[in-house]
Design a protein around this ligand. Sequence first.
Ligand code: MN
Length: 246
Amino acid sequence: MSNAVKYNRDGGSVTVEAEIAEPKFLRVIVTDTGPGIPAQKQSGLFEPFNRLGREAGDIEGTGIGLTITSQIVELLGGQIDFQSQEGVGSSFWIDIPIAEDLQTGLGEAQISAPVEAEPGPENSSGTVLYVEDNQANLELMKTIIERIPDVELIAVDSAENAIGIARDRIPDLILMDINLPGMNGIEALQALCADHKTKTIPVLALTAAAMPAEIELGKNAGFEEYLTKPIDVPQMLATISAYLGA
Ligand code: MN
């Protein structure tokens, strides 16, 4: 969308549309009324730092926007593509897989393709305490845990609160962020291990700290497992059911 605005003409327009591309894919299309991309330059479009001759113009840019976008889209399991005609404009679109449990959030009128929800793992029951200060990760974990029958999620946003709740509720599993306001996840693990009421509860780290030195530090701290963000949904489902399963 930023490119569509930048590389446009005076009085031009930008159109954003969304449609179901294939079952389970959402296509978002951004169309501009800019100068278009000459056919002989189109093959270099996703190359980093290739601004197709635009570096001589007065529009600022580094030439990495499309490269980054295409990598993000591919990491999401999607695709990016475009069509362009000189003097008319360009259309860029991304196809991204629709998350099964979140599709109602997009509005039922637009997203009506039925998607069969995978059943969650069976024979799991218990309580998971998730310590996390990031609201988006908490919301994602709620949707993951909802897929496992008979598992209750307790979410807290600080290590200090988590320790008290762990003593009171004795959860079956604790998922611990490391970078937290106040006490961090490693200090919280030490406090849990020092208390006879909580020391047998398995504590897994779930953190964005994914540098080799950080992973080493986390593993040495005594977490049962060290999982890194972004949350891998199938792996998380399998891990939770492995700890809580019959
Ligand atoms: Mn955090």
